[in-house]
Design a protein around this ligand. Structure first.
Ligand code: NAP
Ligand code: 8YV
Length: 318
């Protein structure tokens, strides 16, 4: 007797081509990019859904979760889990797969790119040349990137990769986390304020949680100071964005390199007017190689669960 394939709900678009195709061999995929726009299709299948595939940016609303009484597993494309109600999932015993580590290198590479760009103003210089200004006057001098003090707010999987790369640029490194990691050769500071005071460049690479929400505020930015640079590669919600915009406009801060924003992709247009920011469209993991690895792990987490009861990368069981 052949066993019936489990029903899976697939939200959002397909971030890596071929994911749905691979899943279809072992499970029945119901691809509903936005269930709030397609309530009729969802009503017909909700009671039978055992697995769900989503991404860090799409997440799953609580309203949808409450409509899925048989849900056993969510497999999420990405490492940030802030678009999911983790307490609810844990209480319901719903397994959660995600894609840690496979994206560390590319996110760390882009972080160094943002640091080099905002200090040496690479994007701004590119505009200067394209706009034909070079022949009229030499471009202004920029700020040295190497040897600057690099503060990392967060020193987990990605933070450690950033620190390794920054060491090659001869940057002294300090970090702030709630728990010091004694295996690391870097200075641990026991508050974000102390880290901001110590740093020339402050990199945000903590998860978006209630304890980090809006923790980068006017006071922290003032402490980082008028020669300081902020790099945010984590999540927009970790920063009080009104405070950041004011600080950039008023010269309280030298500059910022930003990959993530409030209300992305419809970001505050005040950013467009500023020359002292480099803007990146949430592209930390956005390379062919890393997105392929993330897609494979997302698919394999789900398939492994239905084949053997265990996930390859499980958030609650790690
Ligand atoms: P991770 O390995 O879990 O590391 C998180 C780090 O943050 C740990 O060092 C942790 O240390 C620290 N931390 C957590 N809460 C803190 C708090 N309240 N105060 C101070 N430190 C705190 O995570 P990861 O894999 O490095 O990823 C970090 C985040 O990057 C993700 O959650 C995601 O939002 C973001 N991300 C963005 C992109 C992008 O494309 N831009 C791509 C991937 C990930 P303690 O627990 O000891 O405090
Ligand atoms: C995702 C990310 O690619 O992993 C994360 O947390 O932010 C990115 O790597 C993006 O959010 C797609 O959902």
């Amino acid at each position: 007797m052949t066993q019936e394939k489990p029903n899976i709900l697939y939200l959002g678009s397909e971030p890596t081509p071929g994911m749905i195709n691979r899943l279809q061999h072992a499970v029945n995929v119901h691809h509903i990019p936005d269930p709030s726009q397609n309530t009729h299709q969802l009503e017909n299948i909700a009671a039978s859904i055992k697995g769900l595939v989503t991404s860090a940016s799409v997440g799953v609303s609580n309203d949808l979760l409450h409509q899925l009484p048989k849900l056993e597993i969510i497999s999420s494309f990405g490492v940030g889990l802030d678009a999911l109600d983790l307490d609810y999932l844990k209480a319901q015993g719903i397994h959660l797969g995600y894609t840690p580590n496979v994206l560390n290198d590319c996110v760390a590479d882009l972080t160094l790119g943002l640091i080099l760009d905002i200090t040496r103003r690479i994007s701004q210089s590119d505009r200067y040349v394209r706009e034909g200004k070079w022949a009229a006057a030499a471009a202004p001098l920029r700020t040295q990137s190497s040897k600057k003090r690099l503060g990392l707010y967060g020193m987990g999987r990605i933070g450690q990769e950033i620190a390794q790369r920054a060491s090659a640029f001869k940057m002294p490194i300090a970090y702030h986390t709630r728990t010091p990691n004694s295996s690391l050769p870097y200075l641990h500071l026991d508050s974000l304020e102390k880290l901001a005071g110590w740093s020339d460049i402050l990199v945000v690479i903590v998860p978006a949680t209630s304890s980090t929400r809006q923790s980068i505020n006017r006071h922290i930015l003032k402490t980082l100071g008028e020669n300081g640079y902020l790099i945010n590669i984590a999540r927009g919600s970790v920063i009080n964005e009104a405070d950041l915009l004011n600080a950039l406009e008023q010269g309280i801060l030298a500059g910022a390199g930003l990959d993530v924003f409030h209300n992305e992709p419809n970001i505050d247009p005040r950013f467009y007017e500023l020359e002292n920011v480099v803007l990146s469209p949430h592209a930390g993991s956005a390379t062919h190689e890393t997105r392929q690895a993330m897609g494979d792990l997302t698919v394999n987490n789900l398939l492994n669960y239905f084949q053997s009861g265990s996930l390859i990368a499980s958030y609650f069981e790690s």
